[in-house]
Ligand binder design. Sequence first.
Ligand code: GCU
Length: 409
Amino acid sequence: MCVVVAMCAAGGATLRPEPLAVRTVAAAQADETVTIDGEKYPNPLRMNDGTAVTAAQWGNSRRAELLADFRQNVYGQSLPTPTAQTFEVTPTDFPGVTRKKITITVTGPQGTGGFAVDLFVPKTGGKPRGTFLLIDHRGQVGDDPGQTSGYAPISTITEAGYAFATFDAGQVAPDDSGSYRSGMINLFHPSDRELPDDAGRTISAWAWGASRAMDYLQTDPDIDPTKVAVIGHSRSGKAALWAGAQDTRFAAVITNDSGSTGTKLARRGDGGVGAETVARINDSFPHWFPQTYKAYDDRVDSLPVDQHELLALVAPRRIVVASATDDANADPEGEFLSYLAAAPVYQLYGLGDTGLPSTTWPPATDQGFRGPAMSYHLRSGGHGLTATDWGIYLKGDLFSRDAGAPGAR
Ligand code: GCU
């Protein structure tokens, strides 16, 4: 409607100040901030030039604007698409499951390197119900299809009819401030030079690794490429979110206890519970984020973005947020508020139902809440990716927009 007003003026037509025109122009002035828990936060539904964001603008321009801001100020510029990439696949049969060991070999301007992905496909007679791709920063999953750990219960996942894929994030970028460039980063940056201030570091590289694993999954005839969820816990939960925000091939994004620079709102500081702040995460893990992020250590209010806008970048695909009651370092209430604050963007698509019965903190524990494109749960207990979390994910009907399986709401 604003466009109509401008066109009338430019075309020299009589521009009558009709009440309708006045109303539409006024409606186009989006508020600069949204209020969350009494504090001001950037409004995802406002372009940087101040105009209100419509559904079409969200996909066409606001997403790009927010991604650019997150790249420049928080996660860093991503590694580029490899100049060449190959997949070597070794399948092995097990009762009920085929395991494929995949080596992804990547070439960049500075050399060639690789990392491994393990994929477990249930023999269901058709395609699996979906695939969970776990970014594994612990390097602990191993290749046993019978594995039952809470962190990666492969047999439970495949028995539920889902495929499970994982890679050791340390092969993409070691989680170490001295050697983090020695995986994939130095294939793209000369090793004898400092990285640019705005270049992504470990978390960005892990997210890039998830996209390379997704490149493979797109080619595997046993996998439905339209039903792949990227999942990560804690530091990998930050990477999973960043991967899913950028790479729209992921149908769902699961971020488990991701806390600071994951789901938690940065402007909440320590959330009144001693949670990890931007200053603290940059100090403790100097190799996770670019130099540009460190400039906000003592002025988080100047960040052009906050983390509810990262969750919103997953829209209209499914966002899944999980927190744990005793995980004070991650500020579970700050994660809950961030989840709620992403809903207005989902609402552009008519998908703003968070599944939660109310916006009051805390919601009931150990129960999945599911809207058509947003899912949330608050597990009782401490920081971790556990059998309870996986139980809720597996029951959560995450690859559909239906009202939800019984018990998933
Ligand atoms: C530390 C760190 C968190 C991180 C967590 C983890 O606690 O402060 O930001 O999420 O490690 O990865 O387990």
